[in-house]
Design a protein around this ligand. Structure first.
Ligand code: ZN
Length: 402
C-alpha cells in the first residue's frame, strides 16, 4: 500500500535545539526538509519564499541536504519554456528510510517507508505470540527486519532507525515493555533482543496508530482520542498535535477503565474493565464463538450475514465503548474520537450503540466518532513514519550518521 505524502505542519523541528548559530542552521535545515516534504517538488526560490530566508541562504542549506542524500533535484521545472529553468527539489526517494515493526498477538510485521512516505518493502508473518517468551518472538522479528533492510539497501535506501509497536505499556525509556498482558511479557528490555546498530524506539501500538492518523489521515484534528483494539483495547490522547504520555508514559489505558465496577475480574487486577466487554475475546465469548485466527474477519463475516448473536455482542461492545469513552470525552473535550486498528473493521456494528451511548451521556453536542481509513495498518505505518519524521525534524543528525 502506498501512503500519501506528509501533511504540512508548522515549519521547524519537533525537538528544541540550542539557540546558537549551529542550532539555527539545524533548525533551518529542518524547515527546508519539512517544506519540501509537505509541498514539494519546489524550486529553491519557492522554498526561500515559504520559509522567509534569502535564496542564497536556502541554496546553501539545500546543497548540504543534497550532499547528505536527503534532497534530490528533479529535472528542469518548466521543460519547453523559454529562459533558464529552475530545478525542482524533492525529498530523496533513496537515502534514509524508517523501519517500522509491529508485534501483534498473532502476527509480526515490518515495513520500510522512504522519506517521501511511500511503503517500499514489507514483511508479515502470522504466528500466535500469546504466551510466547520475548526471545523467540523478537528473534523472528529480527529476521523480518533484516530481510526488509536488505531489500531496502538493494534499492539505495539505508535504515535511519527502527520503531516497534507493541500491545502493552512501555516505560519512558522507549525500550522497556513494562507489561503486555496479552503476550504475557513483563519488564522486558527490547534493546538487547533486536538488531544492534539501529536507533530503537518502542511504543504502545495505540500511540503509533494515533500518530499515523495525525500525520497521514485526511483532515485529522489536532485534538482527538484514538481508540484501537486487537485483543486488548488501547487509546491514545492527542492534544494540540502531540501525544499525551502521562507521568509514567502509560496514558490511554482505556481498556482498563471500569464499565461496570462489579463486573468480571480482569487480568489487570480490576473488575468490569472495558476489555471485559469490548475486547475481541470478550466479544467472541458473548457471541458463542471460539477465539482463533482472523477474529475480526470471523465477526465481521457473521455480522454481515445477519447472525443475531454476533450483532448483539457487537451492539453490547459498542455500548461499553460508549460508556468508557464518555468519561474520556467529558474529561478531555476532544474534537473527535477515531476508531482505528482492528476495531475499524467492526465499526458498522459498533458505531450505532457507541454513538447513542456517548450522545446520551455527554453534555452538549455529541463528540463526532469517525473510523480511521488506515485501519489495522495504523500502528505499523505510525512506527515507520515516526522514524521518517525524526529525519525531517533533525536532518543534520542523520547526515552526520550517514
Ligand atoms: Zn482491566
Amino acid at each position: 500500500m502506498s501512503t500519501p505524502p506528509h501533511k504540512a505542519r508548522p515549519a521547524g523541528p519537533g525537538r528544541a535545539l540550542p539557540d546558537t548559530q549551529q542550532g539555527m542552521r539545524r533548525r533551518n535545515l529542518s524547515r527546508v526538509m519539512h517544506t519540501v516534504s509537505a509541498e514539494g517538488p519546489l524550486s529553491r526560490a519557492a522554498v526561500a519564499s515559504r520559509i522567509g530566508l534569502t535564496r542564497a541562504a536556502v541554496s546553501t542549506l539545500v546543497d548540504e541536504l543534497i550532499r547528505s542524500g536527503l534532497l534530490e533535484e528533479l529535472g528542469p521545472e518548466r521543460p519547453g519554456r523559454v529562459g533558464r529553468p529552475g530545478f525542482a527539489l524533492a525529498v530523496s526517494g533513496r537515502g534514509p528510510a524508517g523501519i517500522g515493526a509491529e508485534v501483534g498477538v498473532d502476527h509480526l510485521a515490518v515495513c520500510a517507508v522512504d522519506l517521501r512516505g511511500r511503503v517500499r518493502f514489507r514483511a508479515v508473518r502470522h504466528v500466535p505470540n500469546r504466551g510466547r517468551s520475548p526471545e523467540p518472538v523478537l528473534g523472528e522479528l529480527t529476521g523480518l527486519v533484516e530481510r526488509v533492510v536488505a531489500e531496502a539497501e538493494g534499492e539505495g535506501l539505508w535504515p535511519a532507525g527502527l520503531a516497534v509497536a507493541v500491545p502493552g505499556l512501555v516505560a519512558r525509556d522507549a525500550r522497556t515493555v513494562v507489561r503486555a498482558p496479552n503476550l504475557g511479557w513483563h519488564d522486558t528490555d527490547l534493546g538487547g533482543l533486536l538488531p544492534a546498530g539501529l536507533p530503537l524506539t518502542v511504543a504502545n501500538e495505540a500511540n503509533f496508530g494515533a500518530l499515523a492518523e495525525l500525520w497521514l489521515g485526511e483532515d485529522t484534528p489536532r485534538d482527538f482520542l484514538h481508540v484501537s483494539a486487537e485483543v486488548g483495547i488501547g487509546a491514545a490522547v492527542v492534544v494540540d498535535g502531540r501525544l499525551l504520555h502521562g507521568n509514567r508514559g502509560f496514558a490511554g489505558e482505556l481498556g482498563h477503565v471500569p464499565v461496570r465496577p462489579e463486573g468480571p475480574q480482569c487480568a489487570c487486577g480490576g473488575r468490569g474493565c472495558l476489555e471485559q466487554y469490548a475486547g475481541e475475546d470478550a466479544v467472541l465469548r458473548a457471541a458463542g464463538l471460539e477465539p482463533g485466527e482472523d477474529r475480526v474477519g470471523l465477526l465481521a463475516g457473521r455480522a454481515e450475514q445477519g447472525d443475531a448473536d454476533v450483532r448483539d455482542a457487537l451492539h453490547e461492545a459498542g455500548t461499553a465503548l460508549g460508556i468508557a469513552l464518555t468519561g474520556a470525552v467529558n474529561l478531555l473535550d476532544p474534537e473527535s474520537v477515531v476508531l482505528g486498528g482492528a476495531l475499524s473493521g467492526l465499526a458498522p456494528w459498533l458505531l450505532p450503540s457507541l454513538r447513542s451511548e456517548l450522545a446520551r451521556r455527554t453534555a452538549g453536542p455529541p463528540c463526532p466518532v469517525s473510523v480511521s481509513p488506515l485501519g489495522p495498518e495504523g500502528p505499523l505505518l505510525g512506527a515507520a513514519h515516526s522514524v521518517v519524521r525524526g529525519v525531517l525534524d533533525d536532518p543534520a543528525a542523520v547526515a552526520e550518521r550517514s
